[in-house]
Each structure stands twice: as C-alpha cells, then as structure tokens.
Design a binder for this molecule. Structure first.
Ligand code: SAM
Length: 292
C-alpha cells in the first residue's frame, strides 16, 4: 500500500533537494522512487556525470540538466545548486554508488541547502555497509560505522588503537590495494581471535563473503589473487566483555565496603554499584572475611 508521505514524485517539480541512493553494483538495485525522481528532477547533481549517465541510460531517462558535484567542488557548487532551487527547480543528488553523504560527497551541500531554507528529502536505497552487515552473520545490537581507515600506516595504527576496547562491531570500507595491510593492522591492534567478515564486490558478478578469525584473514586474502580484487567492506567483532576487569572492580568495591559494613549489606551494595551478582559477591565477601 502506498503511504502518503508528502514526498511523492509530484514534488520533484518543487524546489527540493533529493538525496538519491543508487546501486552499489547491480543496476537493478535502484528504487522505483529513485527512477521517478531522476525522471522528473530539473537538475541532477552527480559525483561523476559519466557514472550517473550510465544508470540513467540503462533506464532510458534523459536528464534535463546534469551537473558535476564531487568532493573537490562541493563547497563551491552549493551556491549554484541553491540558485537552481531559488529559480523554483528541483535537484536530485547522486554519488557514484550507494547513498550520497555516506563516505561520499553530499553532506556539505545538504547543510547549505537546509540553511538556505529548502527542503531536503532522502530517497533511500543501496548502501554497501548495510548490505554487508545484513549478510555478515555477525550479531549484536550495535555497530560502529568507521568508513575508510587512514591510508598512512602510522595514522591507521593510531586510529585502530582508539577502537581496541570498543565493544560493538566495527564496519570499515577498504580499497583493494590496501586490504591486506588493513587486516594485518586490524589483527595486531584488535587481536587475532576476533571474527572478521570480508565482503567483496557485493551485488556484482564476483560477490564473495568470507568469515574467518582476524589472525587468518591476511593469509586467506593472499591465498588467491582474485580475493583482493574489487571493493571491500570489512566487519570485525567488537571487543569481548572485559570480565576480568569487571570482576577486579567488583572485588575492590566489596573490600572497601566490608571495612564499614556487615557481609550481607556490603555484598548487596557492591552488587548495586558494580552490576555483579549479589550471590557471588556474598560468597566472595565470606571468603574475604575468613581470610582476614
Ligand atoms: N556511498 C557508498 C555507500 O552507500 O555504501 C559508499 C561509497 S565509498 C566512496 C566506496 C566504498 O564503499 C568502497 O571503497 C568499498 O569499501 C565500499 N563499497 C562500495 N560498493 C561496494 C560493493 N559493491 N561491495 C563491497 N564494498 C563496496
């Protein structure tokens, strides 16, 4: 059932910026709504006009006006796009693949357009991180989308140091010529025992999704030249819960409370403070009392 959203295609004739997701490989992964917007937009601002033209041609769409908007001219182009909106025209923004402003240009333009008082409407669709996560088989309610790690090895290692204790899944984008060094650094920063999912060429002919221990990832990638070709999403399990550190903290809290309180009360309070189990703390408190 179609829901009235106020953003149907008739709006493509109003001065609005549409942020349109396009396929990440397979041209069929474009939404009906995206095609509708491209068909009716007065202007299409594309990261690479040749790439977007291929998609438009495939669907027999003649762009009324095609502009180029990429990371190097995004700031400069914003006034031009706003001038189009001021003239009453609608603009569709597309990056080369997937969702604009998602490790892609677009955010600055969106900011400028909204500041100028024009509506910005997302047209959701393909995204490499979401596709990889959905088929990764790694689970957990939370993840951090990191995007591209720094390309300079020393910066990359520093960036990874900040992520070592992070308890949620980590999602990276990586280029083929850096994927091996990236997994080597990931293993040395995060430890070899975490699981990694290497998602390559999603939605394309040579799509592959491989899961292994982080410590075995570089060897697996090096095992066959085809495995390092194409585009990659890497998903790594989060840091395991630090049980030892939590137990040490609970014990220390209990020791301090036992100096002032009876065993039962100290255990109950320590459980409240640290989140550890009351029964376990009670048993530990008895043991500590006996030892002292
Ligand atoms: N805006 C895009 C999105 O929504 O996913 C991301 C653009 S970013 C410049 C390009 C990176 O996304 C690639 O280097 C790769 O890491 C990842 N990527 C894009 N398409 C992919 C695909 N088909 N399979 C795996 N990764 C892909």
């Amino acid at each position: 059932m179609e829901r009235a959203t106020g953003h149907d295609r008739t709006q493509a004739t109003k001065p609005t910026l549409y942020v349109v997701a396009t396929p990440i490989g397979n041209l069929k992964d474009v939404t009906l709504r995206a095609l509708d917007i491209f068909r009716h937009a007065d202007v299409i601002a594309a990261e690479d006009t040749r790439v977007t033209s291929r998609l438009l041609n495939h669907y027999g769409i003649d762009a009324k006006k095609l502009l180029s908007l990429h990371e190097h001219n995004e700031q400069r182009s914003a006034p031009r796009i706003i001038a189009e909106l001021e003239a009453g025209r609608s603009v569709a923004l597309a990056s080369d693949a997937g969702t604009p402003a998602f490790s892609d240009p677009g955010a600055r333009l969106v900011h400028a357009v909204r500041e100028a008082g024009y509506p910005v409407v997302p047209i959701p669709g393909a995204n490499a991180a979401a596709a990889a996560l959905s088929a990764s088989g790694l689970f957990g309610p939370h993840f951090l989308f990191y995007g591209f790690l720094p390309s300079k090895p020393s910066d990359r290692r520093k960036a990874l140091e900040a992520l070592t204790a992070f308890p949620y899944m980590l999602v990276f984008y990586e280029a083929p010529h850096r994927v091996i060094e990236a997994v080597v650094d990931l293993a040395s920063a995060l430890g070899g025992s975490r699981r990694i999912v290497i998602a390559r060429e999603l939605t394309k002919l040579f799509e592959s999704i491989h899961e292994c221990g982080l410590g075995a990832a570089a060897e697996w990638l090096s095992g066959n030249a085809d495995r390092v070709k194409g585009e990659f999403v890497l998903i790594v399990e989060g840091a395991p819960p630090d049980d030892d550190a939590e137990a040490a903290q609970a014990k220390r809290t209990l020791e301090v409370l036992l100096e002032e309180l009876p065993v039962k009360q100290a255990a109950a309070l320590a459980a409240k403070i640290t989140g550890a189990r009351k029964n376990e703390l009670y048993a530990l408190a008895l043991e500590l009392k006996r030892e002292s």
